[in-house]
Design a binder for this molecule. Structure first.
Ligand code: PHE
Length: 368
């Protein structure tokens, strides 16, 4: 009886079996060939050539073989590992080239593409017109005043002699933020700036205030719950309705050109007395009421179009705002800026001003 001759007897070590080594090598080579990008190849390397790969395990088993068998197994495993490493290096080089080529294509900058076709946008015509209007008055020595759009009920109404029962106070016209004791409203007109100005400055006062105002109007081609007015206020000694008329005629001509003046129609505002509605000579038929033999469509044959309201500042308002009504008098006006813009540019639908469509605003150019 003899025991195993450990020097010579083959020991069954599966990982070193010739077929097994060939199989794991082929598997590794197939995986390398099948890797389509560098990330995949990295994973293949870990799986087939890493520390825990079948070939690495086989390599570790070599020491367990009898010395005679080690050489054979060592060569076998060494060759297999060499083949895998070589294939890996080759595939790695191929994939690197491929990745670089792809990057060159994907990241190409076409320097011949036109660079100046990105729409530059432009300022809104309401903004530029508001500034132009202010300029007309600044040129006459007036100043620009401002007030908040969320306004105290008192300044929007009471101080302007609009008593609690005045129809303009009903919920229909006014957006109230909080109908409590200290009620605030979204200002329904720019006239509270009159009160603010008189309360904070001493006459002589010459101010214009272009700004946003709010009323609970339905949104349609001629109404919007948000629109724009320009308020004017002049307080000085000896100011009369004649100064008002002259100022508005100048303003109208500055907006619409020579020959476009104004007329007054008697009206009523609680904060002015007397009060008037201001009409403009129709800038299409120029007051003739006819265009090409037919009734002018812009003014509907009137020869005039409505522009705003105005009047001599009511002495009650002067007194409420701390101005000496014996010494000073004044005039005030409030014109629609949206209307002015629509007239100047023949815009038929008010909504165009509020929809933020760049195709509309860019048509006005990049006026600064
Ligand atoms: N605030 C008035 C309105 O919104 C216009 C106006 C302003 C009238 C100043 C007279 C004086 O209708």
């Amino acid at each position: 009886m003899s025991g195993p001759n450990t020097e010579y007897d083959p020991v069954q070590v599966t990982p070193l079996d010739e077929e097994h080594v060939a199989a794991v090598r082929d598997e590794a080579l197939a995986a390398i060939a099948g890797a389509t990008d560098l990330a995949a190849l990295k994973q293949v390397r870990t799986d087939h050539a890493g520390d825990r790969s079948p070939l690495a395990l086989a390599n570790r088993e070599i020491g367990a073989l009898p010395p005679q068998a080690r050489k054979d197994a060592g060569r076998r495993v060494g060759q297999a590992r060499g083949a895998v490493n070589q294939a890996f290096a080759k595939r790695q080089a191929e994939l690197e080239v491929e990745a670089e080529e792809r990057m060159l294509v994907e990241e190409t900058v076409d320097v011949t593409l036109p660079w100046d076709r990105t729409p530059r946008g432009s300022r809104h015509p309401i903004t530029t017109l508001s500034e132009r209007i202010a300029d007309v008055f600044v040129a006459m020595g007036w100043e620009v005043a401002e007030g908040p759009v969320i306004e105290a009920e008192r300044l929007n109404f009471d101080d302007l002699n609009i008593g609690p029962d005045h129809p303009a106070r009903t919920m229909q016209d006014t957006f109230w933020t909080d109908p409590g004791d200290d009620a605030m409203v979204l200002r329904t007109h720019t006239s509270p700036v009159q009160a603010r100005t008189m309360l904070t400055r001493t006459p002589p006062i010459y101010v214009v205030c272009p700004g946003r105002v709010f009323r609970t109007d339905e949104y349609d081609a001629t109404h919007s719950p948000v629109f724009h007015q320009v308020e004017g206020l002049a307080i000085d000694e000896g100011i009369s309705m004649a100064h008002l008329k002259g100022t508005l005629d100048h303003f109208a001509t500055a907006m619409f050109g020579e020959g476009i003046t104004t007329r007054f129609r008697p009206s009523y505002f609680p904060f002015t007395e007397p009060s008037a509605e201001v009409d403009l000579v129709c800038f299409v038929c120029r007051g003739s009421r006819v265009v090409d033999g037919a009734e002018c469509r812009t003014c509907r044959g009137e020869g005039w179009i409505e522009w705003g309201g105005c009047g001599v500042v009511n002495p009650r308002v002067l007194r409420a705002c701390g101005v000496d009504s014996e010494r000073y008098s004044g005039f005030a006006f409030g014109m629609g800026i949206d209307r002015t813009l629509m007239f100047r540019h023949a815009i038929a639908d008010l909504r165009d001003l509020f929809e933020g469509d760049v195709r509309f605003t860019t048509a006005f150019g990049s006026e600064l």
